[in-house]
Every structure is written in C-alpha cells, then in structure tokens.
Design a protein around this ligand. Structure first.
Ligand SMILES: [Zn+2]
Length: 385
C-alpha cells in the first residue's frame, strides 16, 4: 500500500540525489511512496517497474540500472532476509526526513543487526556519533583500541521490552555506553510512560510521551555521560597492555638497517608487532626471518618488494622463515613440514597450531590441513595460500 511521503526542499540540493540520472531520481522518489513505515521496500525490478512506471514501456534492464545507481550512491541499503531470502531495500535516511506519526508494523523480515555490513551502514547513517553519550565513535575502534569505544549497535527500545531490530530502532553507540545502559534506565522511562498513558486520553498521548521521554532521557543521559567519563578515565590510566612499546621503533630501525630500507613505524604494523609479542615471538625472531627471506631466491628475483615490516609481523611469515632450512630446495622438490602439521599449518612457539595469517588456533585434535603447499616450479617458487 502506497503512502503519502514528504519531499523536503533539501532533497534537490542533496549531492547524492544530484548524482542520479533523471530516471533513477524518479525511481527514488517512487521508493518513498512504496516503502512501509520502516522505510523498507521490495527490491525487485519487475515490481518497481509495474508500480512506478506502469504507463511507460521501460525494459527491466533500465529499471535495474536505475536501481544500481540508487544503491551505489548509498541511498538505499539492500539486504536479504527471511525464509524466502527476500531482497529488501532500506531507504537510509528515511527516518531523518519522514515524520511517521502512527507507524504500521513492517511485514518484511528484520535485518541482522550483528552483521558487520549492517553495523557499518548504521554507523555511517548516524555519522559515527554515539546516540547515548553524543560523542564520536572511532572508526578503527576494534579490539585494538580501548574496547569501550568500539562500535556497538544499540536497540533504542530493548528487545526484551518489545523493541524490534528494524532500522528505526537501531542506533550507533559505543560498546561501553550500550553495555552501561542498565535496566534501571529503561524501567524509569517505562514506568513513567505507563503511568502517563493510564491518565491521558488517546489524542494527547503522543506529545505527552514525547516530552516525558525527552526529560527522562535527558537525566538518564546525564548519568550515562558520567559513567562514560569514569570509564574513559579508567581507560586512560590502564591502557591495553602493550609490551615494551619502545621495542617497535628499535625493531623498525634494525629492520631498515638489515634490509637497507626506510620504512616508517606505522600504527597498523605496531599493532601486529605487539600482537606477535603477546603470542610469544621475539623481535629477534622477526629479524631473523627477514635475514632468511633475503637469501631466498624468490624474494631476490622479486627485488625484495614483499619484504616489509608488515610482512614480518605476520605469524605465518615469521614461522615460515625461521623454520626454513637454510639450504634452498631444488627444482620440483616439494617442501614438507613436520609430519604432525598440515601443508599450510605452522607451529607457534607455544606449541599451538595455526595457518593462514596465524589468527586462528587449530584445535589440537584436528587432523592436519591438507590444502596448501609450496614448491619449486621452473625455477620459481610458487605457493597456494
Ligand atoms: Zn557513547
């Protein structure tokens, strides 16, 4: 069922809208009418064509091209959900521009709010601001930054209180703010709402609830902000344990000396370096791996282009080169690892097995992984990862 929607004057000034072809722009306006009160609409060229361009003979290819334009300009977020894996588009700024007084419940399946793509889209939509404390959410705040600042998606009305996982009820927040949002916060609001509803007639509920919630939320937010301040202080005085941070610049300096290079000490590599130290590797082992790799025929042929600090702060690479026998393999000879290891597995110093980038620990009782191996082929070393 199509609905009345609002087009604000800003619509025409919006740069993303201006990027669209006229057809795509008309399609987008049509989506507003076709979407339900959660800003969701069936994302299907046949359907959209029949609803919006019923008097035109437009090929579905053309409709699809317009749909791509709208999607590629991030005006909609497309997801699949439900048993039938239905394809649904969410109009990203729907709730920013549409005032929905009495929303009808959506008939579409909910998105998965724990999906990384959904989380990122919501964070982008909310401009990476925490809706609880109002401060910025650092984009790189994953496990490596102080955890409390990491992105978390908050159900504004909690699931336990009947809140949905539709986008109107999902907002970006800091992990700590979301976790700190105790049941006290909600029970206060809920009891206020309940008593207000009881004593108010239908037509005035909306405005009363709005103002009551606003003032209750304000004081709740004030408490949340205080909590956040406390957490920040804790965070500041006891940062993530970073083993001997001075070691990293020394490592880079020594690396450059051996390699004859001028690599800078960058944060990404510093984090990798620190992660390796925690796993039990030493800077000396990483440098030893570099020295071994510099004698390697393949890397000599490649002009050492892969031999970067980033390369040697990966556990698979360190393992590979500190375990390599100094004699070069001969043509056609496959290199075999210790018998208990799979072809692409490596043993960490603590005896645990890993593979690939070394971020996964293989259970001790798992059979050896057979997939990858490396060998000499026509004088050039090749490998599968
Ligand atoms: Zn926050």
């Amino acid at each position: 069922m199509a609905r009345i929607r609002t087009i604000k004057p800003e619509f025409w000034e919006d740069e993303k809208i201006g990027m669209l072809s006229h057809g795509a722009r008309l399609l987008f306006i049509g989506l507003l009418n076709l979407s339900d009160d959660e800003g969701l609409v069936r994302w299907n060229a046949m359907y959209l064509g029949s609803q919006l361009f019923m008097y035109d003979e437009i090929k579905s290819d053309t409709i699809e091209r317009w749909m791509d334009e709208v999607r590629n300009n991030e005006l909609v977020y497309v997801y699949q959900a439900g048993k039938a894996r239905q394809t649904i588009a969410y109009i990203v700024n729907f709730h920013k521009h549409q005032r929905i007084d009495r929303p009808s419940p959506s008939k579409f399946p909910e998105p998965n709010p724990y999906d990384a793509r959904v989380k990122n889209m919501i964070a982008d939509r909310d401009k990476w601001m925490c809706h609880i404390c109002g401060e910025e959410i650092p984009k790189n705040a994953r496990a490596d930054v102080c955890q409390s600042k990491a992105l978390s998606i908050d159900h504004v009305l909690p699931l336990a209180k009947g809140g949905s996982s539709f986008f109107s009820n999902l907002k970006a927040s800091h992990l700590s703010c979301n976790q700190g949002k105790g049941s006290k916060y909600y029970s206060t609001i809920d009891s206020t709402i309940d008593s207000t509803i009881d004593s108010t007639i239908d037509s005035t509920i909306d405005s009363t609830i709005d103002s009551t919630i606003d003032s209750t939320i304000d004081s709740a937010l004030e408490r949340e902000r205080e909590k956040e301040k406390e957490k920040e202080d804790i965070c500041r005085v006891s940062p993530e344990p970073s083993p001997a941070s001075g070691d990293f610049s020394e490592f880079i300096a020594e690396f450059n000396r051996i390699r004859g290079s001028r690599f800078q000490a960058i944060d990404k590599v510093r984090r990798q370096f620190n992660a390796r130290l925690k796993e039990g590797f030493t800077p000396a082992q990483m440098l030893q791996a570099l020295e071994t790799a510099m004698k390697d025929k393949y890397h000599i042929i490649e002009g050492y282009k892969y031999l970067t600090p980033e390369f040697f702060t990966r556990s698979d690479k360190i393992e590979k080169f500190i375990n390599v026998n100094s004699s070069s393999p001969t043509s056609g000879q496959e290199i075999t690892h210790a018998p208990q290891l799979g072809a692409d597995e490596w043993m960490r110093p603590d005896g645990t097995r890993t593979y690939g980038t070394g971020s996964t620990t293989v259970p001790p009782d798992a059979p050896p992984r057979p997939s990858a191996s490396w060998w000499w082929n026509d004088g050039l070393k090749q490998w599968n990862m």
